[in-house]
Ligand binder design. Structure first.
Ligand code: S3P
Length: 431
């Protein structure tokens, strides 16, 4: 479905966004592993999280949606039942990779599949380290889905330094480690999102080389109640739109402010963004607060290499901010973007060329220079990638001629209600 977006000059009001996708995936998984009833409030309504829910239902877990909350009746240690057919992870890398860590420790065979995009994404990054822990897990010849997982009697603890800066790899290994009595110790040299560690309350230790993370069966989840904060990655599309729209004053409520996710705010503030964080609190071990955004003049800055994993999902929308900021916008050291839901470096570069910008593509990033010159309403390709679709929807609303996004329905992978949320802020098109 093509979606049209018109130029907008005003944006005002308060927004409550769905729960953080990363935290919601983990909450569903940990509640399914724990024994008895857990309650999840403000769980994400993203298609990706629905994929996680459907996989755990197939593993025998009762999951009920009731009055805006999710009740999960977990099966307890090794209580899952053999699924009747394959576990379909849809578009969700987090589902496929984290689930693998759990399934490696079960006493039955399983198989994980996914959609066309997920079936192209690299899985050896989890297969190889899980095999080092004694797991019987196999990817396709190309190192992709389907993943086949057989029981192993040799699953053992490990001392391991992560080779890729990836919270999904880190979490898959931690989840396998929760099924082993002896303690595993992981060294993370480049910080990535730490929701798994926080929700499981794992012991971590900062050293000169990075952070040590300890996990063993004694950290196996017990049932809990959680209110998931809203998703900062989803919020970032509205933050950038608010900053760049001529007259805006918006408040986004109860957003996750976990320090491994707030790089986008730090960078935008360094670029001159007027953002105020209000009412910051910690709940369920995760920081959260309200974000107020005003129209701002931005200036590009040098983006430090080490912050890339923190902003990895926000680079598409950050690049839109970069176009309207003074000076050149440049991203390097981000080759992980090539293996996301689409090749995001290619997707961003190709779309920006449509509006006449000078774009230089690197293997691990890109540079944008020049100014927008487009006489017609541009048609941007979403590449079936939710974050590309929303980033270019934001760009379209900042262009006098507006813009069209192809295959816009893919936004439901993270935020099915994007269009309604725009309306709440007074976006006045016929959407
Ligand atoms: C996620 C981790 C990140 C991120 C993804 C969600 C998670 O991926 O891009 O959208 O929930 O752990 P990597 O850990 O592979 O970088």
């Amino acid at each position: 479905m093509n979606q049209n977006f018109e130029y907008t000059e005003f944006l005002k009001g308060e927004l409550s966004l769905p729960g953080d996708k990363s935290i919601s995936h983990r909450a569903v998984m940990f509640a399914s592993m724990a024994e008895g009833e857990s309650v999840i409030k403000n769980c994400s309504n993203a298609e990706d999280v629905k994929s996680t829910i459907s996989c755990f239902k197939k593993l025998g877990v009762d999951i009920i949606e009731e009055n805006n909350l999710l009740k999960i009746y977990g099966k307890g240690y090794k209580g899952f039942t053999k699924p009747l057919d394959e576990l379909y992870a849809g578009n969700s890398g987090t589902t496929a990779r984290l689930l693998s860590g759990i399934l490696c420790a079960q006493d039955f065979d399983s198989r994980i599949t996914g959609d066309e995009s997920l079936s192209k994404r690299p899985m050896n990054r989890i297969v190889e380290p899980l095999r080092l822990m004694g797991a019987n897990i196999f990817a396709s010849e190309k190192g992709t889905l389907p993943l086949v997982i057989n029981p192993s009697e040799k699953l053992h603890s490990i001392k391991y330094e992560f080779k890729v800066a990836s919270a999904q790899v880190k979490s898959a290994m931690i989840l396998a480690a929760l099924h082993i009595d002896d303690e595993s110790v992981f060294l993370e040299t480049i910080p990535t999102r730490n929701h798994t560690e926080k929700l499981l309350n794992l012991k971590t230790e900062k050293t000169n080389n990075g952070t040590l993370i300890y996990a063993s069966r004694k950290n196996y989840p017990v049932n809990f109640e959680i209110t998931v904060p809203s998703d900062i990655s989803t919020a970032s599309f509205f933050i950038v739109l608010g900053l760049l729209t001529k007259n805006s004053n918006i408040l986004i409520k109860n957003v996750s402010l976990n320090e491994t996710r707030t790089g986008i705010i730090d960078i935008l503030e360094s670029m001159g963004a007027k953002i105020i964080i209000e009412d910051k609190v910690v709940q369920n071990g995760e920081e959260r607060g309200n974000i107020r955004v005003f129209s701002s003049q931005l200036e590009n800055i040098e983006i430090p290499d080490e912050i890339i994993p923190n902003i990895i999902d926000e680079i598409p929308i950050l690049s839109i901010a970069g176009i309207f900021a003074k000076g050149k916008f440049r991203i390097k050291n981000a080759k992980e973007l090539r293996v996301k839901e689409s090749d995001r470096i290619k997707a961003i570069c190709n779309n920006l060329k449509i509006v006449g910008l000078n774009v230089t593509e690197y293997e691990d990033g890109f540079e944008i220079d020049g100014s927008i010159s487009s006489n017609n309403e541009p048609i941007f390709d979403s590449y079936g990638d939710h974050r590309i679709a929303m980033a270019f929807a934001v760009l379209s609303m900042l262009l006098e001629k507006g813009g069209i996004i192809k295959d816009f329905e893919c936004v439901s992978v993270s935020n099915p209600n994007f269009l309604n949320q725009l309306k709440i802020l007074g976006y006045n098109s016929s959407i």
